[in-house]
Design a protein around this ligand. Structure first.
Ligand code: ACO
Length: 427
């Protein structure tokens, strides 16, 4: 018998199991709570609820720690590639040389998108947001690639297909939205360089691959590859718990990521800084607005549900931002504004008391702008980066003996018994 805790409810004592994670986090197992006590718990936003046991990502929001499969994010950002990190997340360990080569071959083999899918793209209105297009197209992919014979084959090929095709789809949506010819993937280019080439190569201006730019995107994607049970990952797990196919579950994750309080914040930060720059008002005005209780405005790129200190990913991306702009001999007035804003916010009592520090989205948009991405593609780039995490979490849920259909309860606060009144008798 493991450890347990005792709780007292209305004079009666109940014993509930205590779960202890490998890094020492403790949780009360309330599986039997309703059966034993007749009570449920109330936890809006699930801030105190562990929805699963997971061996993929560890984060400590108080200390600013993030590790994938035990490896610190700082080491992965320094030494790994996005492809290798994706393998690590999905398979639970780093690949050896032969496995990595085999993975590259598979990603290359599956990188083409069915030609008929181009017709779908052509018919989206030009002003459509690429996140809406990507979510729809990932879901539609199931129709082009029906279910395979065995469960194992279906999982392995679907995972590879998604990783390989999602960047082709993302680049296609950008090219088509601009009225340009689609650029096909190339077998001689590695994962990130291939994507950059599909995005920016043109018959009139061949794209020149710059290794520092490739590295910047590589690091951006590594930093976004997983973040345990965030909003979009939970969406993937919840939708997946109905045993739907992986394309549909990932499509739900993309839709969840789109929101400005989640992945859409990287676009919202740049729009906020651009507004300040264009209107010429001072950044201190943003700080005042963020503090104003009646004002719904939130400082985009600040705050996090779990990190109550500086987001470790934001530290890395901030350094990357300076490095890339120096290398490209670029000066971005939005970077100056962002630094000024951070400096003022870090001295402000409201930000200090509420533990509001820059999150990963605060500086990432400046890196992406420097590479040449338009702001409406920022969240799509986040989605490509988060894909290995979504897949790893979904795969883990398939093998989890405790896994059940997601179905929370509620506290009903509506009318009590209220009989039907025929239409002619209603007031
Ligand atoms: N600007 C102004 N006030 C804020 C901000 C912000 N960015 N973030 C939190 N606060 C306030 C809250 O309103 C709350 O005030 P209250 O107690 O008076 O109601 C207080 O600070 C504490 O907030 P938390 O409870 O710690 O925040 P919560 O966990 O609910 O929200 C969230 C986290 C949604 C990320 C929030 O900080 C936010 O909206 N940030 C801006 C959007 C953003 O950058 N999102 C990206 C997050 S990272 C990611 O998803 C990839």
């Amino acid at each position: 018998m493991g450890e347990s805790v005792r709780i007292e409810i209305e004079g009666k004592t109940y014993e509930l199991p205590l779960i202890i994670g490998s890094e020492g986090e403790k949780a009360i197992d309330i599986n039997e709570l309703r059966k034993k006590t007749g009570l449920i718990t109330y936890d809006p936003g699930f801030g105190n609820t562990g929805s699963c046991k997971s061996a993929i990502t560890f984060m400590d929001g108080e200390k600013g720690i993030l590790r994938y499969r035990g490896i610190p994010i700082e080491e992965l950002a320094e030494y790994s590639t996005f492809k290798e990190t994706a393998y690590l997340l999905i398979n639970g360990r780093l690949p050896n040389r032969a496995e990595l080569n085999q993975f590259s071959v598979l990603l290359n083999d599956h990188s083409l998108v069915h030609e008929d899918m181009q017709l779908f793209y052509q018919n989206f209105p030009r002003a459509s947001h690429p996140m809406g297009i990507l979510s729809s197209m990932v879901n539609a992919t199931r129709s082009f690639y029906p279910e395979l014979q065995t469960a194992e084959e279906e999982i392995n090929i679907t995972v590879t297909r998604l990783l390989a095709k999602v960047r082709t789809m993302a680049a296609m949506s950008y090219k088509i939205s601009r009225g340009h010819k689609v650029v096909y993937p190339r077998s001689d280019l590695a994962y990130c360089a291939n994507f950059l080439n599909m995005m920016f190569d043109s018959p009139v201006k061949p794209y020149v691959i710059d290794e520092d730019v490739v590295r910047a995107l590589e690091v951006f994607w590594i930093l976004h590859a997983d973040h345990e049970q965030n909003c979009s990952t939970s969406a993937v797990r919840v939708v997946g718990s109905g045993k739907v196919n992986l394309y549909a579950a990932i499509s739900a994750g993309i839709a969840a990521l789109w929101g400005p309080l989640h992945g859409g914040a990287n676009q919202a930060v740049i729009e906020m800084l651009t507004d300040v720059h264009a209107s010429g008002y001072k950044v201190s005005r943003l700080i005042e607005r963020a503090k104003e209780k009646q004002d719904p405005f939130r400082m985009m790129g600040f705050g996090h549900r779990v990190y109550k200190t500086y987001d470790p990913r934001a530290k890395i991306i901030k350094g990357m931002c300076h490095k890339l702009l120096n290398k490209l001999h670029m000066k971005d007035p939005l970077l100056d504004l962002a630094m000024e804003l951070e400096e003022i916010a870090m001295r402000d009592d409201f930000f200090k008391e509420n533990n509001l520090y820059p999150n990963v989205d605060f500086y990432s948009g400046i890196v992406l702008r420097a590479i040449g991405f338009p702001s409406n593609m920022f969240t799509v780039l986040f989605a490509i980066g988060r894909l290995p995490g979504w897949i790893a979490q979904w795969k883990e849920s398939l093998d989890d003996p405790d896994w059940r259909l997601s179905r929370p309860r509620q506290i009903y606060i509506g009318s009590v018994l209220n009989h039907y009144v025929p239409v002619d008798k209603r007031k």
